[in-house]
Design a protein around this ligand. Structure first.
Ligand code: ACM
Length: 507
């Protein structure tokens, strides 16, 4: 550590080209925007080879130290007490709730204080964004490793800040999903909703119905390779996510979007005949058999096995686009399956309001309209995922090579330019649980494809979920977002270089 005056010195090289200035990152570069940040003019802290990390709880401190070792090449040991020179993570409290934190950077040390481990984790994500982008490199880079001095006091606007990944239309190996967890956690997203079953594939082992995975999971859209997660892999993912303050919410979509299950077990079909596996992209043609008792045994056993390996509080039962189920059958079915969630709270796509949602059932709004009286009414909690703003599978513009357009095209400004509290007219803001950005994968086949559609829109959604509405400002957001470009480049994120953003040269 040494005290430095922040002279952002542009090093002019003799040939007249300015070398990249080792400018200290500014507080104004953090996404999502913090509630309050007060820079200490002229103060910086510098991580040197003598820095160590101390944490009141295991986990977050280790992740931070590992990353700093990788990129700085310094030893960064874990200290047994708050170090004179280093970074301390303390459960000594912060103004706000479980996810709140306070970050203090002086010339001598960095302290993150919080009420709970989640707050410490979020303080560390802010700290990462205050370090030079190269601090996120997987390989050793030259320093210096400076952090701007000052204080940030921060807490989220909404408790629920989600991303959804459709692993049914295309299957993604565990490593790709864990990479996505890493990416979303950097922006303080705390839910990964996994769409685990659909017409084109069933992606989780259910011991009492083994053909769901082995047969129903063997396909994907376009005949691409299928796949499924073992329970051990799913539990590994749950733990990996938990270490990054991310809760996994599994979705088994029903009664529609079920061709993979219907193909796996003839008994689940009203006519007793299993349809062939499906690799197209139509929706609305499949339905579980509402009049058969075995359907409810199936749902009960599937949800029971899933609940047993899901520590989070929610199970998502889908319920969307059940166009092959009559309205009466839909109501009968959704009303019978909601109590089968094995102690978990049910989330359904907002179509579930056409049945009788339990008072605790959460509706996920995916419409494009700003009016839907049935969803807004009845005092229920709502997750806001309006398709025309929050769907990451919509194209950025007509020339985007991936994605769809049925809900419109969504440039970065569109993804950022709405307020979850007021989007749906008539929905009291107190009923908004939060936001979620779904990524459907009919056209998405690789990790690089995921990157391209999620970045930079996912950080826009993350900011809507975390930052107070009073900070909402497109011009300021654009410059915060631009600062992420060099970080994504270092991290190998294949982001869309939207022309709405002035990305720094070379990023
Ligand atoms: C949906 O997009 N069918 C929820």
């Amino acid at each position: 550590m040494r005290i430095r005056v922040v002279l952002v010195s542009l090093v002019l090289v003799t040939c007249g080209v300015s070398a990249p200035a080792r400018a200290v990152v500014s507080f104004g570069a953090v996404v999502p925007a913090p509630v309050s940040s007060v820079p200490a003019s002229g103060v910086t802290y510098q991580i040197t080879s003598s820095a160590s990390v101390y944490s009141d709880v295991p986990g977050t401190g280790d992740l931070l130290a590992q990353q700093l070792r990788r990129s700085t090449g310094y030893p960064v040991p874990i200290a047994s007490a708050p170090p004179a020179d280093g970074i301390s993570l303390r459960l000594t409290g912060a103004p706000g709730g479980d996810e709140a934190y306070q970050l203090d950077v002086t010339a001598a040390a960095i302290t993150i204080s919080a009420n709970k481990p989640a707050g410490l984790f979020y303080g560390v994500q802010t700290l990462r964004q205050l370090l030079p982008p190269t601090a996120d490199s997987p390989t050793v880079q030259p320093g210096p490793w400076q952090v701007p001095g000052g204080r940030i006091v921060d807490q989220p606007r909404y408790a629920y800040r989600g991303a959804m990944l459709d692993v049914a239309r295309h299957f993604f190996p565990l490593s790709a999903v864990e990479r996505y967890v890493d990416q979303i956690a950097l922006y303080k997203i705390n839910v990964l909703h996994l769409h685990l079953s659909d017409d084109q594939g069933w992606r989780i082992v259910i011991d009492s119905w083994p053909r769901l995975a082995t047969y129903g999971g063997s396909t994907a859209v376009g005949g691409d390779p299928g796949g499924y997660y073992t329970k051990a892999q799913y539990q590994e993912l749950v733990a990996y996510a938990a270490a990054r303050s991310v809760t996994i919410i599994p979705e088994i979509d029903m009664p529609g979007h079920t061709n993979a299950a219907l193909a796996s077990y003839a008994d689940l079909n009203c006519n007793g005949v299993a349809p062939p596996l499906y690799t197209g992209t139509d929706v609305g043609f499949s339905s579980l058999c509402v009049s058969k008792e075995i359907t409810y045994t199936f749902v009960d056993q599937v949800l029971g096995e899933l609940a047993a390996i899901t520590p989070g509080p929610y199970l998502h039962l889908g319920g969307d686009e059940a166009s092959s189920t009559s309205a009466a059958d839909y109501k009968t079915f959704m009303n019978r399956v909601q109590p089968l969630a094995h102690g978990k709270t049910v989330i359904g796509w907002h179509d579930i309001v056409n049945a009788t949602p339990l008072p605790s059932t959460v509706a996920q709004y995916w419409g494009t309209s700003t009016r839907n009286a049935a969803v807004a009414g009845a005092g229920r909690k709502v997750i806001m995922s309006p398709a025309s703003r929050a769907y990451l599978d919509m194209k950025y513009n007509r020339r985007t090579p991936l994605g769809q357009t049925w809900a419109g095209v969504i440039e970065v400004r569109d993804a950022y330019g709405w307020d979850p509290a007021t989007f749906l007219s008539g929905l009291p803001s107190s009923q908004v649980l939060g936001v979620e950005a779904p990524l459907w994968t009919e056209t998405i086949r690789t990790g690089a494809d995921i990157d391209y559609m999620a970045f930079p829109r996912l950080p826009a959604l993350a900011e809507l979920g975390w930052s107070p509405q009073s900070t909402h400002d497109w011009t300021a957001f654009k410059s915060r977002l631009a600062a992420q470009g060099p970080r994504w480049r270092v991290m190998g994120v294949n982001y869309y270089h939207s022309t709405q953003i002035s990305w720094p040269a070379g990023s």
